[in-house]
Design a protein around this ligand. Sequence first.
Ligand SMILES: [Zn+2]
Length: 453
Amino acid sequence: MQTPYWNPRMETLPRDQLEALQLTKLRDLVDWTLASAPWQAARLRDAGITSSAVLRTHDDLRRLPFLTRDDWMESQIEDPPFGAVLAQPVEAAIRFHTTSGTSGRQPLAVLDGPKDWEWITEMWCYALWGFGVRRVDRIFFAFSYGSFVGFWGAHYAAEKIGALVLSGGNMTTEARVRMIVDTEATVVCSTPTYALRMAQEAQALGIDLAAGPVQRVLLSGEPAGSIPATKALIEERWGAKTADTAGMTEVGTIVMFECDHQPGGAHVIEDHYLEEVIDPESGEPVGYDEEGERVVTSFGRGFIPVIRYRTRDLVRRIPAERCDCGRTFDIYEGGIRGRVDDMKVVRGTNIYPRAIEEIVRHHAAIEEFQVRLYTADGIRDEIEVLVECDGPAESEVESILAGLRSELATAHEGLRIGVRQVEHESLPRFELKAKRLIDERDVWGGKGEKKVM
Ligand SMILES: [Zn+2]
């Protein structure tokens, strides 16, 4: 019988053994850093760490300093273009990738060696295999194959499993949909937003994807991959199962995956990453079921040691046993729930883009939406949700908008949230990392910089 696990021994390792393995790997990582990566080594020494011998228990991890994105960026500005973070000469690198730079900031550059890419491929195999992908599958990648790392690793993992890779770089949405149909793809990899975009395109072309051979849609790149209403909509439109994955260019592209038992969250690949969840203010650890910022120590990187990286991602960790697949890897319930900096305050009420998406996606007739914050009459903060509908009659649209207004208010302490229909196809469409919250508010009496999240 075929095993449901890519790496049966590691994926079912009892927790005490898993933590012992992590401690051994952490010691190796610290010794390697001290010996080979002068920039990180200086930071460790400043924190009083001169040898891995101080790491006696799993909790001793907390003696090591955090690494923030700003720290990393500082090293890149001091020593461009790759930064002072490298543990090997540039000549030994085989790949250059950058972070997606979605918040308008300068992207971080990352170099990888051959060992990194063998490892990244292996990490994606955990995810593909765990979602039920096998050598008989045909996997379509709706992905641009640029410097953003995205699904690059999944591509190699698909090859490693022996599946047929269908690369969909540099194509229009229509061409992608037609290729999925023509090649009889069984698995599609895409962002949640783009999976919906392709489904809309198929509908416009008169193609019924749900009747086709696609059985699985593997999601990545946005928190929506674990928003139940968004997933349900994608599953309905594609007639397929969905699973979420998440990672980060800085730490090794994929860190967590949802197994085919669909626990509504993603298992952390704990034999290769040591993940902590902390209170973003105090830096102190938080317990199971509590929301906090994830901090990642990566054991696979061969070019850039990454110890205790502050991701700014918000997560809620739950024990592995809450999924019945048998894995001992803990789960982030709801995947990446947002970013520490995502939250907006409008007239004293907290606004989370994820919560708004969850409500909007319950209305299948809404094709695209945007959340707009603005200043009215020069003083008052306002929030409105712009929606595009396709299909329903005008009277039906009115009732959808009214329903949405009342659901949004109920979920936000009665805050008045405007809901307005805009012209079909007037809102931006995204292939990667949707930016649906626009903050146009005046700040401190002057015209604030237009921020796009
Ligand atoms: Zn599971």
